[in-house]
Write a protein that binds this ligand. Structure first.
Ligand code: AP5
Ligand code: MG
Length: 212
């Protein structure tokens, strides 16, 4: 399956993406995680992206489209992929379509804004493998340590109330229109992501026609 995950910051794209990746045995490609890795490694893309991310703005379309096209041309994507965080603008959706890459479904995870700020303020992320945790709703087995790879859990630089507010605004203005784009293509399905992680997974599987 070639799947796209859409949703506001903190909707659970990373969390559900990880569960779907195990279920479907395909990789998740998170553009946010790729950009944060680029910042950490001080690459050209990282240098360019840093300020945009820290202010909660989108990095320019041409930069991210190039990064994603390169990633999708790697052999492991032939068996399917889950795109988390791309496309995020109509121009990105259009570029993906023009590249001829087949998309089977676009899953929108829907969560109201008032739930988001609380969720993101208490998120932790693995500094090595980028797995998401939450200090109440998704605790690691050992405090501050990733269950999967043993990496240290950190708080993301863009998870502060001011930047979260900006990310939400950018989502509504620039990303939400892609839902109409994919609805028009007959690819959009929706799952409510407001309840627990487990209940959201059930909604997600139902929307995608997968067995729980
Ligand atoms: P990105 O990393 O994609 O961030 P985002 O879209 O803001 O989404 P998040 O990663 O914050 O949330 P999520 O939906 O993955 O939620 P999670 O599962 O972690 O992008 C960051 C930045 O990179 C952008 O702002 C932009 O600057 C740049 N960028 C990236 N892609 C780009 C593109 N295509 N074009 C331009 N710029 C781009 O869950 C959140 C928390 O809630 C966790 O703690 C989790 O444990 C918890 N949680 C999850 N589900 C539930 C639940 N049901 N109940 C309770 N808690 C839950
Ligand atoms: Mg994420």
């Amino acid at each position: 399956m070639n799947l796209i995950l859409v949703g506001p910051p903190g909707a659970g794209k990373g969390t559900q993406g990880e569960i779907l990746s195990e279920k479907l045995n395909i990789d998740t490609i998170s553009t946010g995680a790729m950009l944060r890795a680029a910042i950490k490694n001080d690459t050209e893309v990282g240098k360019l992206a840093k300020q945009y991310i820290n202010e909660g703005k989108l990095v320019p379309d041409d930069v991210i489209i190039k990064v994603v096209k390169e990633r999708l041309s790697e052999p492991d994507c032939e068996g399917g992929f889950i795109l988390d965080g791309f496309p995020r603008t109509t121009a990105q959706a259009q570029a993906l379509k023009e590249s001829g890459i087949r998309i089977d479904k676009v899953l929108s995870i829907e969560v109201p804004d008032d739930v988001i700020v609380e969720r993101l303020s208490s998120r932790r992320e693995c500094s090595k493998c980028a797995a998401p945790y939450h200090i109440v709703f998704h605790k690691p087995l050992k405090e501050g340590v990733c269950d999967k790879c043993g990496g240290a859990l950190i708080q993301r630089a863009d998870d502060n109330p001011e930047t979260i507010k900006n990310r939400l605004k950018v989502y509504h203005e620039q990303t939400e229109p892609i839902k109409d784009f994919y609805e028009g293509e007959g690819l959009l399905v929706r799952a409510v992501g407001q309840s627990s992680i487990e209940d959201t997974t059930k909604e997600v599987f139902k929307a995608l026609g997968l067995e729980v």
